[in-house]
Design a protein around this ligand. Sequence first.
Ligand code: NAD
Length: 400
Amino acid sequence: MTEVPCKVPQPSNICIVGGAGHVGLPLALTFVTRGFRISVYDKNEEILRRIEQGEMPYDEENGQPLLDQANKTGLLRLSSDPASVGDAETVVVTIGTPVDEFMNPVFKVIKNCADELLPYLSDDQLMVLRSTVYPGTTDWLDGYLKSRGKQLRVSYCPERVVQGHAIKEIQSLPHLVSGTTDRAADAAADLFGSLTDRIVRLSPMEAEFAKLFHNSYRYIKFAVANQFYMIANAAGVDYNRVLDGMKQDYPRDSEIPHAGFTAGPCLLKDTMQLAAFSNNQFTLGHTAMVVNEGLVLYLVEEIKRRFGELGCMTVGLLGMAFKANSGDTRASLSYKLKKMLEFQAEGVLTHDSHVHDDPDLKTLDEVLENSDLLILCVPHTEYSELQTGDTPVIDIWGYL
Ligand SMILES: NC(=O)c1ccc[n+]([C@@H]2O[C@H](COP(=O)([O-])OP(=O)(O)OC[C@H]3O[C@@H](n4cnc5c(N)ncnc54)[C@H](O)[C@@H]3O)[C@@H](O)[C@H]2O)c1
């Protein structure tokens, strides 16, 4: 696949639908640095209020300074009114695309969103779908809009950044760009060409698969490490020592990760989108789910094996976010572990200084002083110097 050049457009109006979210907001702030006038349309009025008051609501490298700058320039507008898409030349959609309780994609979120926007869309606009979607969604959306009398250009350009470093990666990674017509793809290439000169052209279906393959591959890779961990641990062998030994001057294995909780709003969800697309024949994806989600169950059994029944123990969980140095608890496996331990242990104490919306959290001192056993759920940097005295610590990450 070759990267193709594109021409940088004059800064214009962009409306980002779902623009107060983890994907939409960094994208909005980055476009502002290029001189675009951005309007953020989002249903979440509480988050909009916080952004309006100058607060960057997520842990995002360089997010706060860019928000301060955006507020000063006046190039960022916030709204909870779908009519705000009306005066934009480009509408970028970054809404959440969840799976339901049966692990099936919730198709209606895109349809409902399109229905809400329909009265305000016009034929000269470009619509860029940027959420991670079920294969075929872009072509479906194009047909749906046409069936409702709207002839706007429709493009799919998936977001591929890692949460927390989005602003840097939006400007450094190549952007996958596709369109249901060449005109749509060209316009999208010009738009993202204002952020980077690295544009990779694919068809919509190829780009949709590419994004799902990215996340599924990552999910499976973590499952491999987690399964190795469980096999080694059950044999009384330290997986992290094995891994370090394997990687010593052996570049072929450099990609194998450490074991750890594989969680968050995207990896499992997108693996399951692909599984649903392939009529549940994505066996590697399903197996990865069993391994990654099962690590928590394994851990509880392992604790009971080593320390006996938990009925008279208080267990302290360190790190409740879904990943290190983030305050995002969406689909965090720490909460799954907490739920299981609450049934079995005398008490469960939790700490995470990055998380601000969980009233059960204790201070680190409280957890350290009152726990009989500690589990490092997430390797936040602040735990690297942790002094735990005589209290045993379970550290699957090999971080301590
Ligand atoms: N979080 C990531 O790191 C990441 C990375 C790449 C891709 N993605 C994908 O990007 C998409 C968004 O993810 P996110 O993490 O930003 O989710 P999010 O929940 O943080 O943000 C979505 C935002 O959309 C808003 N919203 C939902 N429906 C809406 C509607 N109909 N109209 C207006 N606003 C609406 C919500 O209020 C929310 O603020 C998902 O498809 C996700 O899979 C996420």
